[in-house]
Design a protein around this ligand. Structure first.
Ligand code: FES
Length: 261
């Protein structure tokens, strides 16, 4: 039996994709590339389309808040989605989880743990352009604000106009689609690392600060969501895309929004 101390060293492997790993390390980056790429293409197409984003009390999350109701008088060539999507898009683009995912899937920097990559240098996120990733905390403030609009949309989707200008309580498939979408987006946002840090993660001594018990409870809640932040990220991405698709299909007459209550 060979002496471990004198065992022959494993042959060195170098170059892009070179590795001694035997698992399917490439599967995660490939799925990220396909999933994230498909969402970017779809959301861009829907923003350019600039129609079929509202039907009855249903509003697509890509077009929320409804800027037309704010009396902004936008020109026809300017889709309101472009004035909206930069905020939730920036929130996702700078998300700590998504950074890891798309650095690997799109930039190959790194390709994966213990896998050769095509880049040689790395300056971290302390120099331009990656220092801009630190804007995440500001996008987080906007994301929380957008949740207020989206929950308002869910409430509006329970009100159905009736004769005389009144409205009555109503639940349709569309109401449930918006409810699930906004719940998933809330779970994703509440598990944000920046939010968790802000509400309690930066505190060393809860009994030494004002509202320490409440902040610790909030921090525990954010931690609960944060544990599965990746899953919230993907489910909410699919949810927001499907919510827009549902409204598109109903608004264009292809699907019927069945009333449940
Ligand atoms: Fe992912 Fe903030 S870290 S949303």
């Amino acid at each position: 039996m060979a002496d471990v101390a004198h065992a022959p060293a494993a042959p060195e492997v170098t170059g892009w994709g070179a590795t001694q790993r035997t698992d399917n390390w490439w599967l995660g980056p490939l799925l990220t590339f396909l999933g994230l790429g498909a969402f970017v293409v779809y959301s861009t197409f829907r923003a350019i389309l600039n129609k079929d984003y509202e039907v009855g009390p249903l509003l697509s999350p890509f077009y929320s808040p409804h800027l037309g109701h704010w009396g902004l008088g936008l020109p026809d060539w300017l889709s309101p989605a472009f004035l909206i999507l930069w905020a939730p898009g920036g929130f996702r683009f700078t998300c700590y989880y998504y950074r890891k995912a798309y650095y690997r899937a799109f930039v190959q920097h790194p390709t994966a743990c213990a896998v050769g990559e095509p880049h040689t240098g790395y300056s971290g996120e302390s120099a331009f352009p990656l220092i801009l990733q630190n804007l995440h905390r500001y996008f987080m403030y906007l994301a929380v604000l957008f949740l207020v609009f989206l929950w308002h949309d869910v409430w509006k989707a329970t009100r159905w106009p009736v004769a005389g200008g009144a409205s009555e309580f109503h639940v349709s498939m569309g109401t449930l689609v918006l409810l699930v979408n906004t719940s998933l987006l809330s779970g994703y946002t509440f598990g944000c690392h920046s939010l968790r840090h802000l509400i309690g993660g930066k505190i060393d001594c809860y009994s030494c600060v004002a509202f320490g018990d409440a902040r610790q409870d909030l921090w525990r809640g954010a931690t609960w969501f944060n544990v599965n932040h990746m899953q919230w990220a993907w489910c909410s991405l699919f949810g927001v895309g499907f919510a827009d698709f549902y409204v598109w299909m109903v608004a264009s007459g292809r699907w019927t929004d069945f009333r449940i209550v």
